[in-house]
Design a protein around this ligand. Sequence first.
Ligand code: NAG
Ligand code: NAG
Ligand code: NAG
Ligand code: NAG
Ligand code: NAG
Ligand code: NAG
Ligand code: NAG
Ligand code: NAG
Ligand code: NAG
Ligand code: NAG
Ligand code: NAG
Ligand code: NAG
Length: 740
Amino acid sequence: MLPLRLSRVFVSASLLVLVQCQENPGVGYPHDYPGKPKGPFSPAWQNYFEVTEPLPNVTWSLPRNFAGNIPVDRPGHPNDTLFFWAFEKEQGSLTAQEFERSDEPWGIWLNGGPGSSSLLGLLFENGPIHVAANYSLYSNPYGWDNLADYVWVDQPVGVGFATADNTGFVADEDQMGEDFFSFVANLVEVFPSLKHRPLHITGESYAGTYIPYITKTYFGLENPPVKLAKIAIGDGTIGNVWVFEELPTLTVIETYPQLIGYDHDVFKYFQEQSHLCGFDINLTYPEHGHFPTLGPPFAGLGDSTRKKHDASKKFLLKTALETDARMNKSNLKARSLEPGSERMRRKEQWKRDLTGRANGTIDPWYGCDLYDEMIDYALNFSLPWKGNDENGFDVYDAPDALDPEAPMDGSVFLNNNVTRAAIHAPTSKDWVESINYPFGNNVNNGDPSVEPMAFLTELATNASRQHVGVLIYSGNDDTLVTHRGSEVVIQNTTFGGIQGFTIQPSTPWYDDNQEYAGIVHQERNWTYVLIKGAGHLVPMQQPERTQAFILLREFILGSNETGFVKTFGSHTSVVGGTDPNFAGVLTGQSGIYYGSDATQGTYTYPAATIGQWETFIWGATQTPYVPTNSCQVQEQASLDSSLRFPEELIRDGRVTPSTSATLKESQSKIVTKTAWLLKKRPFCVYVYKERTSESRRKSSSCRTNTSASEQDRPGSEPVINASPITARTKRSKQSNALPI
Ligand SMILES: *[C@@H]1O[C@H](CO)[C@@H](O)[C@H](O)[C@H]1NC(C)=O
Ligand SMILES: *[C@@H]1O[C@H](CO)[C@@H](O)[C@H](O)[C@H]1NC(C)=O
Ligand SMILES: *[C@@H]1O[C@H](CO)[C@@H](O)[C@H](O)[C@H]1NC(C)=O
Ligand SMILES: *[C@@H]1O[C@H](CO)[C@@H](O)[C@H](O)[C@H]1NC(C)=O
Ligand SMILES: *[C@@H]1O[C@H](CO)[C@@H](O)[C@H](O)[C@H]1NC(C)=O
Ligand SMILES: *[C@@H]1O[C@H](CO)[C@@H](O)[C@H](O)[C@H]1NC(C)=O
Ligand SMILES: *[C@@H]1O[C@H](CO)[C@@H](O)[C@H](O)[C@H]1NC(C)=O
Ligand SMILES: *[C@@H]1O[C@H](CO)[C@@H](O)[C@H](O)[C@H]1NC(C)=O
Ligand SMILES: *[C@@H]1O[C@H](CO)[C@@H](O)[C@H](O)[C@H]1NC(C)=O
Ligand SMILES: *[C@@H]1O[C@H](CO)[C@@H](O)[C@H](O)[C@H]1NC(C)=O
Ligand SMILES: *[C@@H]1O[C@H](CO)[C@@H](O)[C@H](O)[C@H]1NC(C)=O
Ligand SMILES: *[C@@H]1O[C@H](CO)[C@@H](O)[C@H](O)[C@H]1NC(C)=O
């Protein structure tokens, strides 16, 4: 993951190369603990790496686990190591002999940054040990080690508990890939069954750069030390910053129109800027031809203009913050959004500037930094973000406007000397969650490597040849590295001989409680999964929403066919059906969390505002999705006679029943066909009802009484739920159920 607390400023710093004075903080060397074997890596090292001493605050029994530093064997850099922490799926699975359990999968998890420790993933996302806001620990029943032997790896050298000497940091992603496989070659000498078992390399965020490079390195190895089966990238930086961050801004706004206060003019403005910047790439299924390269000096922005923007970028939020602080001091009222307040005056001015400006020009201040412009707009004008500092805008999770957030800090546990000794961690350096990675040993350097998009088609060709599966997933609420960017990357890549998916992803999938979990699409060994209600850190799930665990079980390790495109001659069908309502943009939840973590509430815009927006947005966006037969695909899902839409959607005006007709009545069944408008896109629902004497009596009223009842009509007041809810339960507030 990208570093959470430093938020976007850090991301910009690392991706856009801003100067930040900092000693290389990752420098260190591994610590030799008693009993360290002499000689090369072998199963004899298992005893050394096994974590046998009790870990502080771990009050339950953990599966057998192993941890420590392993060198990357880079000549001249003996202290360059990666750090691993591996958990067994079941007693003896990790320590099996070579050739045993050869069809049992294993996995590696990587966080991003660049410079973020994968122990963040272990402690806050998908590991068996989780750290609570009050620093106590608790057991995560959805640790990915429940499904396979899993290894969390701190890399590249110098990150987290991985060590590097002063001049030992990787120069670029190719060196990262080489280091990674030298480490892996040593690791599998310790656990020899891993040499032959199917390896799944999984990770998120900047691991979207690491994993393709690791895979590329793998394909270049004559005798790879492992058998790679699949790669899975979540919210990953596969394209360049323009593709994953700037291009999707309009999609983010469509998903969360709250960010612009549901303002139609502001949307049109961003839509126009998007067009002028070349961000309105229209995805078609199948694709015809490649997309242009996005980036400076794109859309007429000269390099120097761009540089100016990059340099000024980091000051924007700071300036906004200082302005706020000044206003706060001089005039508390200025912070309010009451009519007549300073903020409202400025908002009006901003809009007057919009209407008065010369159309067809890119904003001279923001240029094509639409993402920053959107955040500034939200922080300046939109409830409930307005007046927050940058921490009040969670780039990783749109509906989270909490400020401050609950602490997420693994350092107390990891740097505790008892923990350190138990997991054989270095003592020469402290663990920090993220460093600004000093590529080429210079913290002012960004990553000099080209983004993976540049070689993805070649990678895909290699992957097809060697039967390596590719899975790309996204949390729908991530604003920073969004699903839209990943979709552009997929559609711009040729795999299995064809460019992009041939059918637009729009098949719903469901979690173990049969709740709607997002969409999934699978074609030619590439899988795309969109996860509803998850942010950038997809596995950071609340206990009641376990999509990431199911994602791993069904689609990464498993071969669940939901969303799979089957071709029989000229006929294609998609397992689980397709549904236009799930194509393109999935609207986010209506409530936005605000306040501090301790006193949070939710803010929901007035239903009338939302209703007007739904009408507006349908007209303002052309979705090129043309379902072949949208009615056909609902049949299966609608067999459930209890089919109904959540009250919330009807109240918000998002679902409007329009026409309804009984198609067929027989002794045993009534089939009602209802054309609904969801997000103003028409689709059809068949309702099958077993005919009972009661349903016979009710059937006529069912058919006529399909419009929202009076009390469900859109109101005009925002719905503010200020009752304290805990961070752990906030997710359950949303309605994910969309039973179609
Ligand atoms: C810390 O928080 C957890 C749940 O978040 C709670 O169960 C535990 O009692 C808290 N511990 C302390 C010492 O407050
Ligand atoms: C590696 O670490 C050792 C301490 O274990 C130190 O003495 C040595 O100078 C380090 N080597 C380099 C190249 O930094
Ligand atoms: C593809 O495989 C070849 C070896 O067959 C290798 O040289 C090349 O680097 C690989 N490229 C990618 C992008 O995987
Ligand atoms: C995408 O489609 C819209 C609407 O048809 C059009 O205005 C726009 O120019 C298209 N974008 C590109 C890059 O072709
Ligand atoms: C699409 O692919 C082409 C060809 O590989 C590449 O030149 C271009 O930069 C890519 N465009 C985007 C938006 O990723
Ligand atoms: C938001 O406020 C900052 C600081 O006052 C200002 O520089 C910026 O232009 C504003 N942004 C928008 C989109 O109004
Ligand atoms: C605004 O003022 C309040 C009360 O004086 C203070 O608690 C808060 O920190 C101030 N906010 C900023 C951004 O300075
Ligand atoms: C620019 O377009 C907006 C509508 O988006 C319109 O209200 C405004 O008058 C136009 N400005 C000029 C100078 O034509
Ligand atoms: C153990 O948990 C307590 C809270 O229950 C916390 O104050 C303490 O810092 C934790 N210690 C470690 C080593 O994590
Ligand atoms: C941890 O530190 C404490 C005091 O700082 C010391 O008493 C204890 O022996 C240390 N434990 C280990 C395992 O190093
Ligand atoms: C997909 O994977 C299967 C099994 O590994 C393989 O047989 C098939 O050829 C692959 N298909 C494509 C289009 O790569
Ligand atoms: C495939 O995964 C879905 C989750 O969307 C689940 O409902 C379904 O039961 C799974 N199918 C099989 C055959 O396991």
